[in-house]
Design a protein around this ligand. Sequence first.
Ligand SMILES: [Zn+2]
Length: 373
Amino acid sequence: MKRVIQIQLLPSADQATALLATMQRFNAACDWVAERAFERKLANRYALHKLYYYKVRQQFDLLGQMACLTFAQVAAAYKRDRRKKVSFRPLASMPYDRHLLHYRDFKEVSLSTLQGRIVVSMVMGDYQASQLGHVKRYAELVRRRDGKWFLMATVECDDAPPVDPDDFLGIDLGIANLATDSDGQRHSGADVERVRVKCQTLRQRLQSVADLAKNHRARKRIRKKLHRRARKEANFRRNTNHVLSKRLVEQAKDTIRGIALEDLKGIRDSIRFRKPQRARMAGWAFDQLRQFIAYKAQAAGVLVKRVDPKHTSQRCAECGHVERANRLSQSEFCCRRCGHQAHADVNAARNIRARALCQRAYSFGLPTAAAAG
Ligand SMILES: [Zn+2]
């Protein structure tokens, strides 16, 4: 499985200048090639190479390999959409392949620049470090808005072979509780909800100020502020999703269980959620959490089973009785038949687990009654 890890670079001031100049020159060359490719309706890197290699090298004084990569970049951009002329921002990310990049003991990386090779220190987290054994010699050099430098490095690793589990950790995803598992543990969404509300109020206030602002520059400034806010909120969400998905996958792996989730494919949000919840769900990157769980589980060899979501919140996990009135409120569940009481999300998570067990029993030809509960 191919994945991308983020490695921070710590260039000296001189090195940063060299990287910046290289990046700008490279993107200027891409821009130049893109214009010609568009005129000639060419999206083939080899055809572009044939036509423009010497011109690019001459005009932009790029290394041969960098010139080659401009054609690859431009061709890839037009493969996505031929109808529109693409342009390259001066600080757009720049590819580094095995001719231009060498890792040295995973503490430093040697990068080609217009000023020759430079050796830059890298820093990374434990996860990134653990992945470095599988790193490919291909990365994208990124300069973030705050001036920090990163390599988005491609790693390719063999996933742990999936274990065929005897049991599942059922997970119910929601808002009040981002995730509730069938062991009864609830992972609160309170932090996320607080940040979301704060960002939303701020956004609305800024928006109304922007609407009132008479001159163009004031409006532009406010819009910039809004963008920054939105980015911050997205980062916070992403981080929360990473932490939570990691915890859930570890929990399943440590107990040699699979993970069971509701299969929400093909179900419109308008059916999935009651109206007041929809706005909150749109704000909350709900699907991102599911994706993170899926790819972390795959890497860890944990099987993910998707089950039919029908009635998971109305069914009693003890006796199987299905009735809308079983669910007293957002958080309370009380079975009208057997009197079983539980947190509504925990009850739902147990139903999800039971359904995964059922499916498994079915696929092994076992009596499904053994899986109830
Ligand atoms: Zn019951």
